[in-house]
Design a protein around this ligand. Structure first.
Ligand SMILES: Nc1ncnc2c1ncn2[C@@H]1O[C@H](COP(=O)(O)OP(=O)(O)OP(=O)(O)O)[C@@H](O)[C@H]1O
Ligand SMILES: [Mg+2]
Length: 313
């Protein structure tokens, strides 16, 4: 498959911080690559280096097979960027904002008109064309920010945390829109600290922490690193310690906790873990309410690799 981005040994240091440390990876044509990492892990810095918006100390970046540089207009016109901080003009309405950004690359008026309508449809702003940014909710403003970045139908799109602090409806709308962009052939780099989004959206994921790549692969490949295969959560209002000790001895159990009336058991592997547990609870006449059984999440992977939760950092 064609390589759209090749980055080798990228290192970016600010005065005191090594924001990105020796990153090497590739982005393939047509994929959504997720850069997943907590605050300050280097996601935005990586993107800004790709775009030649930042100088960096070390590394080589090729986009569409050519060296990237600040004046590489031919490369840049095929790139769309949606920055983490919203960047639209307060004095222009929705339609005119998109028109402005699209017009930087698409000079033909008729084509531009069609492209703007496509972008408005993609993010679901049909009813807000004449609205000014101040009149839009946070979620709608994010959608406008996205429309401005992608209206010129770029082949490569960078989306830097496009769903931060948006309502669920806008989030779904944005995620659907991004899938549609991929269906239409775009290659996408998507940064987020929401692991659920990565699972829904991304073909491959790179997990970053403190500027380093911790792991990479498909979500299924990454989950194998978690060292657990199943997580069972059961609501039990009262579970004396002696039973906990017993359950700890069951086969395949990796770890067990009991807090706030929730018993959480992680299993290394195996089948019938839940059946064995329920049989035991029945035998001992222990009453329980809701039961959940889950596969490991990317948070478990992060926890395994760093000893800390992705959510809490
Ligand atoms: N202009 C700057 N000057 C100094 N340090 C910076 C600057 N920008 C970023 N950093 C530092 O570089 C590191 C990486 O920051 P970056 O913004 O790339 O992370 P991020 O993963 O995008 O985080 P977030 O999820 O908060 O957007 C952090 O430690 C940050 O404090
Ligand atoms: Mg960032």
């Amino acid at each position: 498959m064609k390589k759209i981005i090749e980055v080798k040994n990228l290192t970016k240091e600010y005065k005191k911080v090594k924001a990105v440390n020796d990153l090497t990876f590739e982005v393939l044509e047509g994929e959504i690559l997720g850069l997943l990492g907590p605050n300050g892990s280097g996601k935005s810095t990586t993107i800004n280096c790709f775009l030649s918006l930042l100088n960096f100390q070390k590394g080589k970046i090729k986009i569409f097979g050519s060296d990237m540089s600040p004046d590489a207009y031919k490369i840049k016109k095929n790139i769309g960027v949606v920055f983490q901080d919203i960047a639209v003009f307060e004095e222009l309405n929705v339609y005119d904002n998109i028109d402005y950004f699209c017009g930087l690359y698409i000079k033909d008026k008729q084509t531009r008109k069609e492209y703007i309508e496509d972008a408005i449809k993609l993010v679901g702003l049909e009813d807000f064309k004449k609205f000014y940014p101040k009149q839009l909710s946070g979620g709608l403003l994010r959608r406008l920010n996205i429309a401005c970045g992608i209206a010129h139908k770029p082949k490569l799109i960078f989306l830097d945390e496009p769903t931060v602090a948006v309502d669920p409806q806008s989030r779904n709308n944005i995620l659907d829109g991004i899938k549609k962009l991929r269906e239409d052939g775009a290659t996408i780099i998507y940064t987020t600290h929401y692991m659920e989004e990565v699972e829904i959206l991304c073909d491959r994921v790179i997990i970053l922490d403190k500027g380093n790549i911790l792991a990479r692969g498909t979500t299924d490949e990454l989950k194998k690193l978690a060292n657990i295969e199943e997580k069972v959560t059961i609501e039990i209002s009262d579970l004396p310690k002696k039973y906990l000790e017993k359950i700890k001895e069951f086969k395949n159990v990796e770890d067990i906790t009991y807090n706030n009336e929730l018993l959480v058991i992680t299993y290394k592997k195996g089948k019938n873990n839940l059946v064995e547990l329920l049989d035991y609870l029945k035998e001992e006449h222990i009453k329980y309410n809701k039961i959940f059984s889950e596969r490991p999440t990317l948070n478990d992977v992060f926890l395994e690799l760093t000893g800390k939760e992705l959510r809490d950092v």
